[in-house]
Design a protein around this ligand. Sequence first.
Ligand code: ADP
Ligand code: MG
Length: 331
Amino acid sequence: MIHGKDLSCVFEGNITVTAVDHVHFGIEEGQITAIIGESGSGKSTLLKLIYGLLEPTSGEVRYRGWLVPTRKDKLIPGHDAMKLVSQGFDDLNLYAKVWDNVASQLSNTNLALKASKTQETLERLRIDHLAKKRVADLSGGEKQRVAICRALINDPEVLLMDEPFNQVDAAFRDELQQDIQQIVAETGLTVVMVSHDPAEVLAMANKLIVMKNGKIADAGDPHALYNWPHHPYTARLLAKSNILQPNEAKILGIETEHPIAIQQEHIQTELNLNGNYWIKEVRFRGFYNELIIGNEEVTLHQIQFPRLDVKKNTRIDILVTTYHVFEPKSN
Ligand code: ADP
Ligand code: MG
């Protein structure tokens, strides 16, 4: 549905920044695609390029085969079939009522339709009970729902969102994520969202685009990228995996020619007074412990679940149940 070819965006200034660096990608219709990466990796810039808010320095973005128009092509930037919910609530009128914020997106040619469509969209995002409230008086999560209503009321084919859950309290994030997933399932809407939160993208997205220094480090299905990342960066980002070089792996008895990733949940420890390793630190994480374990030469992070009452400096044995080898790329 959306294709990026050799797409770059360079910001010229005191220092030249290549925010997006010759990337190729495809976005499928009716799916949730998440762009994930560390801060400054070029996620927001890529989203703006897709929408046509920024002019590419090289390459192009095509929507159903058509070149996406940018500022130089039209007065109001942005593709008509797409809607962007930007970071923060810049587009909302804080002192107007929820109803007016949403209804104002529709024309006055058919007032009955305008009212019914507004009502329907508010219900879809479960904020119809807030219609008469001022946006300024709402919680972060409620404001985000208003922003999404505004974007969805004209039935765009693509919804673009930049860090949509940042201002939403953790307790309400799941609900909003599920509501968006449901809208996608019911309407065939295509969603492209930017996030830096692995839990969020693993739970929501059908496809991931992993950005690093303006380049796409990895792309694919979340389950596959979580378990079989192509790049150590992806393993750290999605699973906080332990990355070991061959010489470090050898200390644990793992023979490999290439670096490996060990997920924190794939390590077991057994208390052993004569063990070769010890617990360096115990971090209480609620329903599990994060243990930092190892010896002088190697350090690993382990998820201990169920949690046991263990102490720092206790001698242990380490058992690695599964690990992933980073084979060098064949090209
Ligand atoms: P992310 O969203 O992943 O945090 P951004 O796409 O916002 O990253 O930024 C990527 C890089 O481009 C950063 O180094 C950022 O400082 C730079 N950048 C972004 N927008 C601009 C701009 N308008 N002018 C100059 N540099 C920019
Ligand atoms: Mg950003």
